[in-house]
Design a protein around this ligand. Structure first.
Ligand SMILES: [Zn+2]
Length: 471
């Protein structure tokens, strides 16, 4: 089998503030860490803008030929979880398992591909304690009122990612809460000392629980090593969360930590950032209950570039729904032509398809510019539709369009090709079956024959080889 080089792609890296060609540490493999959900409530559509971006990143890298090692953490212990579980009078795990399950349902609803690993914070306490001990050994921590803090003045590069002004910082000023803004730039908490009524772990650094920032450093190290390729998150995580991750990881493990920082812009409702505190939430759970087409939401979230602000409005969902319908309409008409088997070739179809393919990949290779990429595809729709009307499109042209749309759909996944199988794919499966038979793997051979039959394809073994026909 011939090894193909993955397609080149550039990413905008927040750390350097520039677009850079993606060069992974291990050629052909992309090691990616994504800050995942805090499972204390249903996720809102703003959270899922970021998760859909992560899905597009994943699928694009895979379709470009990279092998993925992708980790997304599940935050199942933090201030909000403790507050809400106490409010309901239930153990924190009961609350977190409920919303973790809801999160995965939302992911399936929006067709997100699962990461390779979804580690839970509470199942990595030992790794987090180990990280704190390493920082203690380097003299970067101190204890105050039963908790352990990271002394940011001890880490020379603190603030580089967010370009924060460190001049006003007072040594020994601390912050206990997991979330805070730039105005409260202080030493942050690594390990929170035990408080009555809060879940805690008895460990060699004392009884308590981890601060939020600690978990991503400990878990990315466990699954991806000292240095990995890409770290993703919503843009509000740049400070303090990612800044703190960098300080902990680089100080403790000594590696480069992250080579490309990718941040997804907010989803706005009118002029305000969408977040829980504003009370203008639309949860995916609510949207699913409302019977809305999930493909319209997925398309809405993916169709503008992830670094551009996006506004959530009913009209935009409506526009996305009709965009998906236009694509589906073309697929339907093209399939009919393809099935008709009329062999003729229009003068322009080949060129139109090639141009669309080029624009699509140029867009995706340029920092996942989905808006440019899909612009190319819709241009093709505009140009192919009249050829369909005037019957200037033959079966071969139709197949070329279908092949491209299937390629595009490996990334955008808003079209349904489940019942469509093209001659090229049938030939490949027949070849695979022949090989299975040569290897006397009759179970596999029969399986392929049965699968094809359920797709409406009958195989006939003849003296001249295998023939196929549609039922
Ligand atoms: Zn994180």
């Amino acid at each position: 089998m011939k090894m193909e080089m993955p397609k080149p792609i550039t990413f905008y890296d927040t750390m350097t503030g520039s677009k850079r060609l993606f060069e992974p540490l291990i050629p052909g493999t992309a090691k990616v860490y994504s800050c995942g959900p805090t499972v204390y409530d249903y996720a809102h559509i703003g959270n899922f803008r970021n998760f859909v971006f992560v899905d597009i990143l994943r699928r694009t890298l895979q379709s470009f030929g990279y092998r993925m090692v992708h980790v997304m953490n599940i935050t199942d212990i933090d201030d909000k979880i403790i507050r809400d579980a106490a409010g309901e009078g239930i153990p924190t795990t009961e609350l977190t398992r409920r919303y973790e399950k809801a999160f995965f349902e939302d992911c399936r609803f929006l067709k997100l591909e699962p990461a390779e690993y979804f580690p839970r914070a509470t199942e990595h306490i030992e790794e987090m304690v180990d990280l704190v001990v390493r920082l203690q050994d380097k003299g970067l921590t101190y204890r105050a009122e039963g908790s352990i803090y990271f002394r940011i003045a001890g880490y020379r590069d603190y603030g580089k990612l967010s370009r924060i002004d460190l001049s006003g910082i007072k040594s020994g000023a601390r912050v206990d809460s997991d979330e805070y803004d730039k105005e409260s730039l202080r030493d942050f908490v690594l390990w929170k000392g035990h408080r009555e009524g809060e879940p805690s772990w008895d460990t060699r650094i004392g009884k308590g629980r981890p601060g939020w920032h600690l978990e991503c450093s400990a878990m990315s190290h466990k699954y991806l090593g000292d240095t990995f390729d890409i770290h993703t998150g919503a843009e509000d995580l740049i400070f303090p969360h990612h800044e703190n991750e960098i300080a902990q990881s680089r100080a403790a493990y000594g590696g480069e930590f992250v080579r490309y920082w990718l941040h997804c812009a907010f989803l706005n409702m009118k002029a305000q950032k969408m977040s829980k505190s504003l009370g203008n939430i639309v949860t995916i759970h609510e949207l699913a209950e409302s019977g809305i087409n999930p493909r319209a939401i997925r398309y809405f979230l993916l169709s503008s570039h992830y670094r551009k602000p996006l506004v959530f409005a009913e009209e935009s969902i409506e526009a996305s729904r009709s965009a998906v319908e236009r694509l589906e309409g073309l697929v339907r008409r093209i399939r009919d032509i393809h099935k008709s088997g009329v062999i003729k070739s229009g003068p322009h179809a080949g060129r139109i398809t090639e141009k669309a393919r080029e624009t699509f990949y140029q867009g995706m290779q340029d920092d996942l510019n989905t808006s440019k990429a899909m612009g190319g595809i819709f241009e093709m729709v505009r140009e192919i539709n009249p050829l369909v009307e005037s019957q200037d499109l033959g079966a071969a042209d139709a197949e070329a369009v279908l092949v491209l749309l299937k390629e595009v759909n490996r990334i955008i996944d808003v079209l349904d090709f489940s019942d469509e199988i093209l001659p090229g794919e049938i030939e490949k499966l027949i070849e695979k079956r022949q090989e299975a038979r040569r290897n006397r793997d009759f179970k596999m051979a029969d399986q392929i024959r049965d699968d094809l039959r359920s797709d409406g394809i009958i195989l006939e073994d003849t003296s001249e080889g295998v023939r196929w026909r549609r039922i």
